[in-house]
Design a binder for this molecule. Structure first.
Ligand SMILES: *Cc1c(COP(=O)(O)O)cnc(C)c1O
Length: 469
């Protein structure tokens, strides 16, 4: 039989959409994703197969199989299931973070506390978002969160928006949109690729007046830049980098004095939002910024605070109230789910239970010895379960991540995985394709697993994955 006469015959044997939808193997899938979606996928699959069979190149896998109706139907079923799985894995899925990067931006920054998760679930129905249970009348959105923020930072008032970028935009627009904002050249930061101080300034309408140099900015540099059009002095925390060596900026309290002498507010974009003293280099707690004279401070909810994405603003009542009343606030304000999670997280901070209850803070506080004590039994269990991986324990570093404390690597104990037949890339891929995907890193030809960011109740899943390789 010549190729020319074989093609039309095999094309006729491609299953119809109806035939494919009736296939027993797809019955469950049809229940799961619905007839409409399954039909659309079936149509795609059969039209792909038709294109492949009629292509002159004959390079497709199809032209190599015996093109009879049964095998074409089986192939179509297989492809339909694969397409559905691909669609599913493209969505948001839970993963196990074995990278040791605590605030991993690509993996959703801070993991939430159990209290925050249940608070979000509870708020999912109706909630007292803007309702006062005592009086049965309208209440204030985020009132409790604002009160907790006041307690934690000592500020007069507080406000919550979508993220720290939104907070910066709101503050710059409202306080300085019609004039100039002074900022040091050493603080024109870019965070995570799309938050850039000069761009946010431009969007807000304020004119950015840069002072000083990259490494040194003096109080006098700020003083000389102040004029009739000045509306604000802004300080930006260099979250994800440090200038070391011959470098310096004025003390916050000195800068605050200068601002106040000229009746100007001082704004600090603190970024990571540390609420307590910690050992992380150069992360100043927000309450210190407030007590040293910053009139308004913004920081993120999902960095060192350990909660959901949010932009938290604390400061003088006169300023925060102005922000609250501005139409832009209405566009940037928080929903009930975020507020519920924040409230639960801040509550743990106020009760001084952050280290035990908030996962990100717990992970940051874990020592290399504690991690080794978890690693030992895990290695044993994996080996007993017949894993063909070579697993050794090595010391190495975890990272804070999320653009915070770049100067504070965290000492850790890592599992280093190698295999006789598999490359590090292949091991990494298998872990990533595991039923609960495990995200690990590769260094020097080894796959590294850092238990710092793996929850204790995820260890058995991790062990199953190691055994399955
Ligand atoms: C992280 C960060 C931001 C951006 O915060 P998001 O909450 O991600 O919008 C802004 N400024 C500083 C200094 C930061 O560290």
């Amino acid at each position: 039989m010549t190729t020319a006469s074989k093609i039309p015959a095999s094309l006729r044997m491609i299953p119809s959409i109806d035939q494919l939808l009736r296939a027993q193997e797809l019955a469950q899938l049809r229940q799961k994703i619905g007839t409409k979606r399954l039909t659309a996928i079936a149509r795609l699959v059969t039209s792909d197969m038709r294109a492949e069979l009629s292509s002159a190149t004959g390079r497709s896998t199809l032209s190599n199989t015996e093109a009879d109706a049964t095998s074409l139907l089986a192939e179509a079923v297989k492809r339909t299931i694969q397409t559905c799985e691909l669609e599913r894995s493209a969505g948001s899925r839970r993963v196990i973070n074995a990278t040791g990067v605590v605030l991993h931006t690509n993996l959703g920054r801070a993991p939430l506390s159990e209290a925050a998760c249940s608070a979000m679930a509870a708020a999912g129905r109706y909630s007292t978002l803007e309702y006062d249970l005592l009086t049965g009348t309208r209440g204030t959105r985020g009132g409790r969160v604002e009160a907790l923020l006041r307690q934690l930072t000592g500020a007069e008032d507080a406000l919550v928006v979508n993220n720290c970028a939104a907070a910066a935009l709101l503050i710059l627009s409202v306080l300085a949109g019609d004039g100039e904002t002074i900022v040091s050249r050493g603080e024109l930061v870019e965070i995570g690729g799309d938050f850039r101080v000069p761009d946010v300034m431009a969007t807000s309408g304020t004119r950015m007046i840069e002072v000083g140099t990259t490494n040194k900015t003096h109080l006098d540099d700020y003083r000389r830049a102040i004029n009739q059009s000045t509306r604000l002095i802004m300080r930006v925390h260099p979250s994800n980098y440090r200038i070391i060596g011959f470098a310096g900026t004025p003390q916050l309290s000195d800068l605050a004095n200068l601002a106040h002498q000229s009746q100007l507010p001082l704004y600090e974009d603190a970024g990571s939002g540390q609420l307590h003293n910690s050992e992380l280099a150069d992360e100043v707690p927000v309450n210190n910024l407030v007590s040293q004279g910053a009139d308004v401070v913004s920081f993120s909810g999902d960095k060192l605070l350990g909660s959901v994405q949010a932009g938290l603003i604390v400061g003088k009542s006169s300023i925060v109230d102005k922000l609250r009343r501005h139409p832009l606030y209405r566009a940037l304000r928080s929903d009930k789910i975020r507020l519920a999670a924040l409230e639960a997280t801040l509550d743990a901070h106020v009760r001084e239970k952050a280290t035990s209850e908030i996962p990100a803070i717990h992970m940051l506080a874990t020592t290399a010895t504690e991690i080794r004590d978890r690693a030992l039994p895990l290695i044993e269990k994996a080996a007993k379960g017949g894993s063909t991986l070579q697993i050794e324990m090595v010391s190495g570093d975890s990272a804070v991540g999320g653009g915070a404390a770049p100067g504070s690597p965290l000492q850790s104990t890592l599992l280093a995985l190698t295999h006789e037949k598999l490359s590090a890339q292949e091991i990494e891929t298998r872990l990533r394709r595991f039923s609960t995907p495990i995200i690990a890193r590769i260094s020097d030809g080894k796959v590294l697993i850092d238990l710092r960011t793996v929850f204790a109740d995820e260890e058995s899943l991790l062990c199953d994955a190691l055994r399955s390789i």
